[in-house]
Design a protein around this ligand. Structure first.
Ligand SMILES: [Zn+2]
Length: 143
């Protein structure tokens, strides 16, 4: 029985949107301690539309596949749509992830939210704090 779907393997071996955007409008960086994944997402935003998105992920195959799929899913979408993207939707688009790897897809959702928050902050756009549940508290439990 294959542990990973073909889509996961495809996005892991041939990830889309890898790289850095110079002068990005929003950058989000998150990490998890469980597999040591670090994910950084760069957004280029044009009149509330994500005109370009790139990512750098140092981590396991699920984290790389999740970032690749997540960037594909938000490219060309509005900032509001990007905020609605859930890790479940990313995992479903990948035809599923093993249960113990679901947290890797959570990173993609969180990195996008952090990047949008960074964009709002940099652009002086008022936003609802409730859209951004505290993403940092998990990193602080003594490790
Ligand atoms: Zn991982």
């Amino acid at each position: 029985m294959a542990l990973y779907s073909e889509k996961v393997m495809d996005h892991f071996t041939n990830p889309r949107n890898v790289g850095v955007i110079e002068n990005a409008d929003g950058v989000g960086e998150v990490g998890n301690a469980t597999c040591g994944d670090i994910m950084k997402i760069y957004l280029k935003i044009n009149e509330d539309t994500i005109s370009d998105v790139k990512f750098e992920t140092f981590g396991c195959g699920s984290a790389i596949a999740s970032s690749s799929m997540a960037t594909e899913m938000i490219k060309g979408k509005s900032v509001e749509d990007a905020l609605m993207l859930t890790n479940k939707a990313v995992a479903e688009a990948l035809d599923g992830l093993p249960p113990h790897k679901m947290h890797c897809s959570v990173l993609a959702e969180e990195a996008i939210k952090e990047a949008v928050k960074d964009y709002y902050t940099k652009s002086g756009i008022a936003y609802d704090e409730a859209l951004f549940p505290d993403l940092s508290h998990e990193e602080h439990h003594g490790g």
